[in-house]
Write a protein that binds this ligand. Structure first.
Ligand code: ISL
Ligand code: CA
Length: 573
């Protein structure tokens, strides 16, 4: 008699496995992911190969030499799995199949082989806090209250015609939807098409581990884990207090069994495969992050912390950005990681606006300089740097003007909640969301000044940024002084600095409003985050190791002159 767990998890993945050549030997003391530069690809917007206006896996394969040429060690691929795309792939309907719009499993294997041929590791995006409501598990679960899959998800009776508690969804409305078939409500922290999986149920965890083994057997190097701290729910699911309702993510990410589940995942799957585990730490406190990444605890290897990218915003609202406040965040993250932990470093991704527009200066006269200055910040911080597609050429936010231009389910849910109810004037919402929207990072990659920026020969699923004729990879690839040229040089230089990822971090000018100056082991990093020429006070005589603009940095005894939006790494004698 096969026990229930083996029957239930059987629906996870039952594919064949392809053995692949072993990994190159790593430096015995430092794991590869501590020395790597990681590049995030959002496949829908990276490169279309068949003219349907949607990026796809063959498109990625056609750009592997570009990625290799950048000096990338690993790719984090946003979800490529089968999905109805209610949240552009973060709603998975089959964890062991490739989304048809992106191609076939053979296309995946070709892409993976192409990466391995170039010494590039592949990290997949594991979205297992929730699935799609079109996953076979949920179809079964919602069929009846006593279906074997019922407790794969979180069902509760409502309070009269109201949801079981006051949890809000991040995408507008309550985090509960009532299902007519059985009259119960199911939990979804995100969209109603993204029901939360019930990790209390060991059959769910076993099924997730089977999914992970399926892809690890194919030779992927590990996983970025989508909102993984959310998988442990608060016992009894009590209402949130008015204070908690302001940032529910801190309640959702502090369930009592999070560490237990991560340690089980490490034992069951990650350790046997030597797989890297990168946790998205939305709502995770510094203390919990330190425990999650403490190598002695056998949980995650690093977390993607949001304190930098969300410093100047409250939900969709844009707040003023203060450089001293930003410097305090970096200093705190570097202090709190502890001797056994590890940080990631990023300035943009598929959920955040473009760094040049967010932290830099996207004026046509300054975007190039500020993009290179920000590259120095990104690549000289402790930890593992993540570059998001297009960041390496200085792509900027899109000039959104009206709600119809947005694709993001989060934007439309917020519009419904806050504008259509009359709480917020449309102009106020549009002004802020144009600066903070995730869609800013989801417009097509700008490859060239040809039509649709060389992204597609069809109609792009998202509009191409009209500045693509000025900002694209083709015009930069042979220019050493371009953003792309500088990223290539900087990544190469960084890969040769054996201590940069791990050496000490000391902020030397914590209160300066526009200069960022910090010591990293044997070098000092100086960044001018303004248009004004600035004199940087130094103790000693600087020798310029590298500068974001060759004519932008001048060393003198006791100080360094930096032109507007210029950064330099110096050694002091
Ligand atoms: O602003 C957010 C929440 O209001 C986003 O940052 C995001 O929803 C949050 O960081 C979690 O992100 C991850 O999970 C989501 C998905 O939409 C995001 O793309 C993914 O990165 C649900 O899977
Ligand atoms: Ca396509």
């Amino acid at each position: 008699m096969t026990d229930r767990r083996s029957v239930l998890k059987g629906m996870a993945c039952t594919a064949g496995v392809i053995s692949v050549a072993g990994e190159a030997q790593l430096h015995p003391t430092v794991p590869w992911w501590k020395r790597a530069t990681i590049y995030q690809i959002y496949p829908r917007s990276f490169q279309d190969s068949n003219g349907d206006g949607i990026g796809d896996l063959p498109g990625i394969t056609s750009r592997l030499d570009y990625i290799k040429g950048l000096g990338i060690d690993a790719v984090w691929l946003s979800p490529h799995f089968a999905s109805p795309n209610a949240d552009n792939g973060y709603d998975i309907s089959d964890y062991c199949a490739v989304m048809p719009e992106f191609g076939s499993m053979a296309d995946f294997d070709t892409m993976l082989a192409g990466m391995k041929d170039r010494g590039i590791r592949l990290i997949l995006d594991l979205v297992v806090n929730h699935s799609s409501d079109e996953h076979a598990w949920f179809t079964a679960s919602r069929a009846s209250r006593n279906n074997p899959y019922r407790d794969f998800y979180i069902w509760r009776d409502g309070k009269g015609d109201q949801p079981p508690n006051n949890y809000p969804s991040f995408f507008g409305g309550p985090a509960w939807t009532r299902d007519e078939t059985t009259g119960q409500w199911y939990l979804h922290y995100f969209g109603r098409k993204q029901p939360d999986l019930n990790w209390e149920n060991p059959a769910v965890r076993d099924a997730v581990y089977d999914v992970m083994r399926f892809w690890l057997e194919k030779g992927v190097a590990g996983f970025r884990m989508d909102v993984i701290p959310f998988v442990s729910k608060q016992p009894g699911l009590p209402d949130l207090s008015p204070e908690q309702l302001k940032n529910p993510e801190y309640v959702y990410a502090s369930g009592p069994k999070m560490h237990e589940y991560m340690q089980e995942m490490r034992r069951e799957v990650l350790a046997p495969y030597g797989a890297v585990a990168i946790g998205e730490a939305y709502g995770v406190t510094a203390e919990a992050a330190q425990r999650l990444t403490d190598s002695r605890r056998g949980e995650l290897d690093m977390v993607l912390n949001f304190d930098v990218v969300r410093l100047d915003r409250d939900g969709w609202r844009k707040l003023p950005l203060s450089l001293p406040a930003l410097k305090k965040v970096y200093a705190r993250l570097n202090a709190e990681v502890g001797p056994f932990g590890w940080n990631s470093v990023f300035q943009e991704n598929h959920d955040n606006p473009r760094a040049v527009s967010h932290f830099g200066d996207d004026d046509p006269l300054w975007w190039e300089r500020s993009a290179k200055a920000l590259a120095v910040l990104l690549l000289t911080q402790p930890g593992t740097p993540f570059i998001y597609q297009g960041e390496e050429i200085g792509m900027t936010n899109y000039p959104f003007r009206e709600i119809g231009e947005f694709n993001d389910v989060e934007v439309h849910g917020q519009w419904k909640d806050d504008v259509e109810t009359g709480k917020v004037p449309a102009a106020t919402y549009l002004w802020d969301i144009a600066q903070t929207s995730r869609d800013n990072a989801r417009t097509p990659m700008q490859w060239s000044s040809q039509s649709n920026a060389g992204f597609t020969r069809g109609k792009p699923w998202m509009p191409v940024n009209p500045n693509f004729t000025a900002i694209n990879a083709a015009t930069q690839t042979s220019k050493d002084s371009s953003v792309l040229g500088f990223y290539r040089r900087l990544i190469r230089w960084r890969s040769r600095q054996s201590d940069l990822a791990v050496s000490s971090y000391v902020d030397l000018l914590p209160d300066h409003p526009t200069l960022f100056l910090y010591r990293r082991g044997s070098v000092v990093v100086a960044i001018n985050l303004s248009r004004q020429v600035q004199q940087v006070p130094l103790t000693g005589n600087p020798t310029i190791v590298l500068a974001s603009d060759d004519d932008g940095a001048t060393g003198q005894p006791g100080n360094l002159i930096l032109s507007g939006w210029t950064a330099a790494v110096v050694s002091l004698s």
